[in-house]
Design a protein around this ligand. Structure first.
Ligand code: AMP
Ligand code: MG
Length: 583
């Protein structure tokens, strides 16, 4: 019997089994390596500390009282050259440059109440005001805001691409919320900067809708991500060759307001190391550690190595989380990999439908470098590049230590992947020898039958054990029906049901309840985004709103979403869809 297919191996990332000691030395506790979910990360630690004993007051109704701060970031050496013209920038982390306001009548077409109220302490009613349109499309600046564009570089599709930077994004400043959380606010699509290279500094409606919907959806799926507060659309013409076939089309410009704890990327450090600006490299590292890794002692001579081990650990976890929901980022270049291991820069991403480790969401990625099954290995590549950037500030012993940390990455990833998939199947209790086999066996059946990734796990969560055993009762469970067409399904299901019975204890309902909180019913399938975008391009944003509403509760069956077919078999036209890098 076939246990793993070669591609399941890639997906599971078990090709390199590295001794755990390599990573253990650099994890604070055994739990921080093993039990990510049970321990507090730096991110959680920070939020927790501030949340304690603070009550949330009423929301602000007036944007004129909304304040940002750029103080900390302005303490870095700034670009000495003035003006927006494109250039090679040296010896700085940021350039000062203001957004270029969008032209023409502006319209707010999407807003996230969760972000506006829960993160920015604003009453969502302010989003209806003229002020909101101006402030969040780049037409007006908040008190304390001194817009910055970040100088970073990156490895793109495996090669060093040199200086990239914020070519169409402006960091407005940092907001400290009443809960004590700090958010860096960024406009995307807000005009040219010194880093625009040959670009126009703009973003179009379709890519803005995708970023807005997906970053919010990822948050509610429990995946670390940047957030999106709003989309403002203008009549300003933006010209794009969407499919790179010479057919340039007029589209409309849009600005997304997005938030993250920090927008620093692997490429932020790489550009400094490549330029041999080592004092600045240390300065940026010290800043990131002090601001975002509070559990690392800034006087510890090993702090950069500890920082590296944290990023390795969290990146492994992030990619395992992507895999657990069938998410392919699409452009895993080092400039799109956050130092805080959150998902950033949504472009030609995709959620895998028919299970296929070779699924490539970005049609411009002809070689499939960023296929879903390659993401764990690409993470390794990116962490290697991060290590190269850190090398000049590490001692020889620390470099060796960092090498060992990196060697531990496949194992950490594999453990995380295994833990997440065990939870998806509700394999509880003591680890059993055959658990890994059970997961890989299922993935193999899914691969052979092209079973839908999201709905297979969801329907396993919704079906009773009796139904799973006797497939004749589950006509409506379209993904499971597909899976059950495999001649080895009876063997797998019998193993699975035995495993569930062995752990015993509770009822079908309790198992279903647990599994339905882990396996979403709705993800942002490409065809769903596409359908909403087609309407949005004709100025009807109702489907964008429906998707947003649906994806805030991806685990809950919702009437409107069911009516829209969001949990049904993808429509026939979904297969022919293309998503390119054009945005
Ligand atoms: P991305 O693929 O969106 O991560 O972008 C890669 C690089 O290209 C980043 O430096 C972006 O700022 C830049 N870029 C992408 N689109 C544009 C644009 N329309 N104008 C200026 N820069 C852009
Ligand atoms: Mg990017």
């Amino acid at each position: 019997m076939v246990i793993y297919s070669a591609s399941s191996y890639v997906l599971l990332g078990v090709a390199n089994v590295i001794i755990m000691s390599a990573c253990m030395d650099y994890c604070d506790t055994i739990e921080s390596c093993h039990g990510h979910d049970d321990t507090m990360s730096d991110r959680q630690h920070y939020i927790h500390a501030f949340n304690f004993n603070k009550s949330v007051e009423k929301h602000l109704h007036d944007l004129d009282h909304f304040k940002l701060s750029c103080k900390k970031l302005l303490a870095f050496p700034l670009d000495q050259v003035d003006g927006i013209f494109v250039r090679s920038v040296k010896n700085c982390i940021f350039s000062e440059s203001d957004p270029t306001p969008l032209k023409g009548p502006l319209r707010l077409v999407a807003v996230s109440k969760e972000v506006i109220e829960g993160m920015l302490d604003l009453d969502v009613a302010v989003s209806k005001s003229e002020d909101f349109l101006n402030y969040f499309s780049g037409g007006r600046l908040f008190p304390g805001s001194s817009p910055l564009t970040h100088r970073y570089g990156g490895h793109q599709f495996g090669y060093w691409a040199g200086q990239l930077g914020d070519g169409r994004a402006h960091l407005l400043g940092e907001y400290t919320s009443r809960k004590g959380e700090r958010w860096e606010l960024q406009l995307k699509g807000s005009g040219k900067t010194p880093y625009s290279r040959s670009g126009d500094g703009r973003a179009v409606v379709r890519s803005s809708v995708r970023e807005f919907l997906c970053s919010e959806a990822m948050h509610f799926l429990g995946v670390p991500t940047s957030r999106a507060a709003s989309i403002i659309v203008s009549e300003e013409a933006v010209w794009r060759d969407q499919f790179y076939n010479g057919k340039v089309k007029k589209e409309r410009g849009a600005v997304v307001l997005r938030l993250a704890t920090s927008w620093f990327r692997i490429g932020s450090l790489e550009v400094l190391a490549k330029a041999e600006e080592l004092d600045l490299l240390r300065k940026l590292l010290d800043f990131v550690i002090q601001e975002h890794f509070p559990s690392i002692d800034s006087n510890d001579p090993g702090k950069y190595l500890i920082f590296y081990s944290r990023v390795v650990n969290e990146t492994a976890h992030l990619i395992a989380q992507w895999m657990s929901i069938g998410f392919a980022h699409g452009v895993c270049n080092t400039d799109n990999f956050s130092l805080l291991s959150i998902t950033i820069d949504y472009g030609p991403f995709g959620f895998m439908e028919a299970y296929n480790p070779n699924f490539v969401p970005n049609t411009s990625d002809e070689e499939g470098r960023y296929s879903i099954g390659a993401q764990a290995n690409v993470g390794l590549f990116n962490l290697e590049k991060l290590l190269e950037a850190l090398t000049p500030v590490l001692t020889i012993e620390q470099r060796q230590g960092a090498g060992l940390v990196l060697k531990g990455y496949p194992r950490i990833y594999q453990m995380r992947f295994h833990k997440l998939f065990k939870a998806k199947l509700d394999l509880l209790g003591e680890e059993e020898e055959e658990d890994e086999y059970l997961i890989a066996f299922l993935l193999k059946l899914m691969e052979d039958t092209g079973a839908d990734f999201t709905m297979t796990f969801r329907q396993l969560s919704e079906a009773s054990m009796q139904q799973l055993h006797n497939m004749s009762n589950i006509q409506v469970m379209w993904a499971l029906q597909n899976l059950a067409s495999h001649k080895m399904y009876p063997e797998w299901v019998s193993m699975y049901l035995h495993r569930l019975k062995r752990q015993g204890g509770d009822s079908d309902e309790e198992r279903q309840h647990r599994m339905k909180r882990i396996n979403p019913r709705y993800v942002l399938r490409n065809w769903m985004a596409e359908s909403a975008i087609r309407k949005a391009e004709g100025n009807d944003f109702s489907e964008v709103e429906l998707l947003q509403r649906t994806l805030v509760q991806p685990y809950l069956t919702q009437d409107a979403a069911e009516e829209a077919g969001y949990a049904a078999q993808p429509p026939w036209w979904a297969q022919g869809l293309n998503v390119s890098c054009s945005s």
